[in-house]
Write a protein that binds this ligand. Sequence first.
Ligand SMILES: Cc1cc2nc3c(=O)[nH]c(=O)nc-3n(C[C@H](O)[C@H](O)[C@H](O)COP(=O)(O)O)c2cc1C
Length: 240
Amino acid sequence: MIMKKILIVVGSNNKCSKTKKFMENIKKNIENTNKYIVEIILLGDYKIEFCKGCGKCFSTGECSIVDEFIFIKEKMISSEFIILASPVYLNSITGAMKNFFDRLAYWNHLMMMSGKLGFVLSFTGLTGIEETNYFLRIRSSELGIKVLDSFYFIEKIDDIDYKSHLISKKVIESIECNYGHSNYNLEENFNYYKEFYCNKTTVEDLGHSDNEIKFWNQDWIKKVNSYQEFVMEINKLRRK
Ligand SMILES: Cc1cc2nc3c(=O)[nH]c(=O)nc-3n(C[C@H](O)[C@H](O)[C@H](O)COP(=O)(O)O)c2cc1C
């Protein structure tokens, strides 16, 4: 049996991250099923520069910064499930997590993670769960990830063993009970992009977004009528 790959991205620069420690418990529980391989990456273990804001990624489809972020992108591409876990800093995601999303902003416009399933989790002293999970959920969905559930861990209240067991169980259940790759938000995003780029054929039409125009005006994309169909076609292309 081929084991499916779950990637957990921990948005902390803290080498002793408590969020990472918590996610290690979840990894252990999920791997005990012998159905999934789980890899955890801590953003702080990689040399990742801040997004420079040059905007070249939107026009060329490639980031102009050469650094270790490429390894994270490769791991995301090769995983079926992506769990984004952020500590809560000032009632929001961390700077490390924000930079992670900034560096991937051009992937949002192409829904590059289409076909992948995901979860989000915020790890907090006490506050900021809703704001953090809202950000993680919306941005993940923009990348094309179907977010199956949102979780949280509250240091002042929750018990590590009990909560990590509960969350691992929920992760496995929601993966196994999931049907299809679509939901309302993903269909909305897909229709928005298709309409927005449709018939825009020159760079002047859209400023600096020529790679995006090329992408959304491909014949096979013009022929599909829904996000669900889009994912089915993408999966065929990925298998080739
Ligand atoms: C800079 C900073 C800001 C924080 N802000 C909050 C906050 O707004 N609300 C809260 O409940 N906990 C807050 N915490 C606590 C963290 O959410 C949590 O305890 C812990 O730092 C997890 O992060 P780690 O995985 O990097 O160890 C903050 C911690 C730091 C270091």
